[in-house]
Design a protein around this ligand. Sequence first.
Ligand code: GLO
Ligand code: MG
Length: 345
Amino acid sequence: MAAATYRFSVGPWNIGRGADPFGPPVRPAVAFDDVLDAAVKLGFEGIQFHDDDAVPDLENLSPAKIVAEAKAMRQKLDDKGLVPEFVAPRLWEHAHGVDGGYTSNDPAARTWAIERSKRSVDVAAALGCDIIVLWPAREGTSVRESKNPIEASRQLLAAIDAILIAGPSMRIAIEPKPNEPVDHAFIPTIGHALALGARSFDPARVGVLIESAHAILAGLDPSDEMGFALAAGKLWSVHLNDQNGLKFDQDKVFGAANLRGAFDQVRVLENANYAATGAFVGFDVKAQRTQKAESATAHLATSKAVFLALVEKSRTFPQRVAEECIAARDYEALERTVLEHLLGC
Ligand code: GLO
Ligand code: MG
C-alpha cells in the first residue's frame, strides 16, 4: 500500500508582516493576495486564518456582511486551488482582550470574547472549514493574585461550550502554550487541553493543535505530546517549528535547533499514519529579521524540505535492528543505530 501523502498549510502571519516582535518592519508587509500566491508556489494547499485575516475589520461589520465577505474569501481560495484549514478568533490583539478574553476580570470583555468567537464560527462555516483553533494567548496571569484559577477554568469551559453550541458542525482544536504573552497560561499543555475538552458538553468535538515550540517551552518533548494526543485520536493539526531552549517563542525553521527531536516528531506522525487522517501539517515559522524581501519565504520552503527528508528517514529507519536492540535491552546500540541513520553512515 502506497504511503499517504501529507497536506501542508500556512497562515498569513508566517509570510507577511515584515517585522519581528522587537522592532519596526524591515521589509514591506506582504499583501494578502500575494500570501496566497506564495502558498501556491511553495506547494501549501491549506490556508490557516485568524478570523480577521479572512474578514478584515470584522468588529465593525454586521453578521450578514461578515458571512458575505467570508464567502468571497472562499471563492478566492477556490480560484487558486486552496482550501481553508481553520479559523482562530484573534482575541489577543483587540483592546477588549487586554486582560484576556474568556478569563478577563471585566465581565463586558468576557461577553465580547464569546460573541467574537461566535463570529469566528460564522466565518469558518462560510469559508467551508470545520475547525476553530483556540490559542488562549492572554488567558492567564502575569500577576498570580489577579485571577482565580478555579474560576478561570470554569470560564474557559463555558467558552468552549458556547463555541460548540454556536457551531454544531465545528470542532475545536486547542493550541496550548505555557507562557508568552502572559507569564503563566491557564491551558499550558496538551494534557490540560484534553482534560478541559473531556469536561465539555461534546468532548468528541474538542481536540488539539500541537506546536513544537510550545511543548519545548513547557519543558516537554513535542513528539511525546503528539503521541499522547494521537493515542486519543485528538491530534487535528500541528504547528511544526523549532526552539532553542527556554527563550521567547522563536518560531525557528523545523529541525533548525534539534534535528533529532524533529525526526522523532515526524516518526510519531508516521507511526500513527497521521497523513491518512487528512489533517494538515502546518509550519508556524517566521522569517529572520535579516532576510531580504525577495527570499522571505525561504523559512517555509526549508521547513517543508526538512519535513519531507525526515519522512524519508522515518520510512527507511532500520526498524528490525532497532527491535533487536530493544529486545536485548541494549539502548546504547539503539542510540548508535538512530544517530548513524540520521547521519547517513
Ligand atoms: C503563537 C501562536 C500563534 C497561533 C496562531 C493561530 O505563539 O503559535 O502563531 O498559532 O495565532 O492561532
Ligand atoms: Mg502556533
